[in-house]
Design a binder for this molecule. Structure first.
Ligand code: ADP
Length: 479
């Protein structure tokens, strides 16, 4: 059992070396403002070195047998789970989420490593009927090469493993650039990878406080063959444009504007529990968090009342304290955004039924607004905070039209019991993921990802591994 202090590392990890730099930046605890560490602020040249290290390690890593890569990933999984408690505490300190959620994220993030350790052994090609009697067609699945993974702060562990594990399973090497708010969990993961013998250069972690400076290094270097990004849609668009120059492959897991539809025939108590899980997890700071509750006339008042009551019971505080289910928001800009969305809605006729106030630091009361309409900012913009706006609808067609009236298409949720309505709604929602009578849908077993401006590609399941392989077709002739 390790202690959290053993996992706080203030060096970047390049080519198997723990590296310092001339400049540093602070990592702070959003619940207390305390500085946890000063980590290296790498420059463009140092990031290029990491790409070089990943490139140099690639040949050896892809030549290993699938079983060897599988065993190393499995050992990494075991090590992550052995350090679950210390990693969870570290994550709560640097990110703010309640300890129970951090423990859950360690298990969820580790599950990707376990899954792809297994899947590594099943990267099979195929033989196809030839186009002539003397020809044979062989199809191989080969690793794409060096991968740059750029990850956000809201899931400091899982967003890294769900890119690195399939990439490494496929035979790729990786340079991870974690979010500047949460580099410590990434560095701890790298230490555990080193401890179990993952070879130098296969996994590199570059810390930087200036993504605008090092981002173009990762997207512009021809040795990087693929960029896998999770973060906001505007940044995803910048990265995609930058990738065009060297025609890099890209996976993009971007923003959402998730609807949560409650039909007249829904089990209301189940819907309220699903609403709490989907809206207030990580204080509303996940890309699949509900942004818009769409509730049918017949159950509107009852749903709002039950939801407001449950939300009033959510305990806000430092995530390390017992019973806390709502930690701080990541920074003051996040608080400003929630406040501005609430102010705009109230100015335009919404009704406050729970919360509404900023608390000390970056804590915020979980909030519910009723009588919300589509001309308010909350209808279009991702709040990324603990605010539940409740809209009203009459017919199923109106609900579907409202749900799809967005440029995003990541997750959608709905509660209903009539099976025809369930099928119809499931098919008509223009989303990459639909949760039916469920408030949580993330799992390593399913393909996670969005349509429209919510992204490209899928993470999780066997499809998540395809993102890191290229097909090579060999035509064998003259037989
Ligand atoms: P969030 O709003 O969740 O912070 P961002 O999209 O800003 O989402 O950040 C997600 C990741 O993208 C972080 O690692 C961040 O450092 C990185 N990032 C932000 N801006 C850029 C950029 N211009 N180029 C490359 N990476 C960036």
């Amino acid at each position: 059992m390790s202690h959290v202090q053993d996992l706080i590392i203030d060096k970047a990890y390049i080519g198997g070396q723990w590296r310092d730099a001339d400049r540093h930046f602070s990592v702070t605890n959003p619940a207390t403002g305390e500085t946890l560490a000063e980590v290296p602020d790498l420059n463009a040249e140092e990031v290029r070195e990491a790409i070089g290290a990943a490139d140099a390690a690639w040949a050896g890593w892809k030549r290993k047998t699938a079983k060897e890569r599988s065993a190393l990933l499995r050992a990494w999984f075991n090590s992550i789970m052995d350090h679950q408690e210390a990693l969870a505490e570290l994550m709560t300190r640097e990110q703010g989420k309640p300890l129970a959620e951090s423990r859950g994220e360690v298990a969820y993030g580790a599950a990707f490593v376990e899954f792809y350790a297994e899947e590594a052994k099943r990267v099979a090609g195929e033989t196809l009927p030839g186009h002539g009697p003397d020809k044979r067609i062989l199809v191989f699945r080969e690793p794409v090469g060096v991968v740059a993974a750029i990850t956000p702060w809201n899931f400091p562990l899982a967003m890294i493993t769900r890119k690195c594990a399939p990439a490494m399973a496929a035979g790729c090497t990786v340079v991870v650039k974690p979010a500047e708010a949460t580099p410590l969990t990434a560095l701890a993961l790298a230490k555990l990878a080193e401890d179990v013998g993952i070879p130098a250069g296969v996994l590199n972690v570059v810390t930087s406080s200036s993504p605008r400076e090092v981002g173009p290094v990762l997207t512009g270097d021809a040795r990087v063959r693929k960029v896998s990004f999770t973060g906001s849609t505007p940044v995803g668009k910048i990265l995609l444009a930058q990738c065009a120059d060297t025609v890099k492959k890209a996976s993009m897991e971007l923003g959402g504007n998730a609807p949560f539809i409650v039909f007249d025939d829904a089990d209301l108590d189940a819907a309220v529990e699903g609403a709490i899980a989907s809206k207030y997890r990580n204080s509303g700071q996940t890309c699949v968090c509900t942004n818009r509750f769409l509730v049918q006339d017949g159950v509107y008042d009852a749903f709002v009342e039950k939801l407001a009551k449950r939300v009033g019971e959510l305990k806000v505080g430092n995530g390390l304290e017992d019973g806390v289910v709502q930690g701080p928001l990541i920074n003051s800009a996040a608080v400003d955004k929630v406040q501005s969305h609430i102010a705009d809605a109230l100015d335009n006729g919404a009704r406050l039924v729970a919360g509404g106030e900023a608390l000390e630091g970056t804590f915020f009361q979980p909030t519910v607004l009723a009588d919300v309409t589509t001309d308010m900012r909350v209808a279009r913009e991702e709040t990324f905070g603990p605010l539940a706006p409740v809209f009203r609808f009459s017919s199923d067609d109106e609900a579907i039209a409202m749900a799809n009236d967005t440029e995003f298409g990541l997750a959608a949720y709905f509660y209903a019991t009539d099976y025809r309505r369930i099928w119809r709604t499931m098919e008509q929602l223009e989303y990459g993921m639909v949760a039916i009578n469920e408030g949580i849908l993330s799992t390593e077993l399913a393909p996670f990802g969005g349509v429209k401006e919510s992204g490209l590609g899928r993470e999780g399941s066997r499809h998540g591994l395809d993102e890191y392989t290229e097909l090579k077709y060999a035509c064998v002739g003259g037989l």
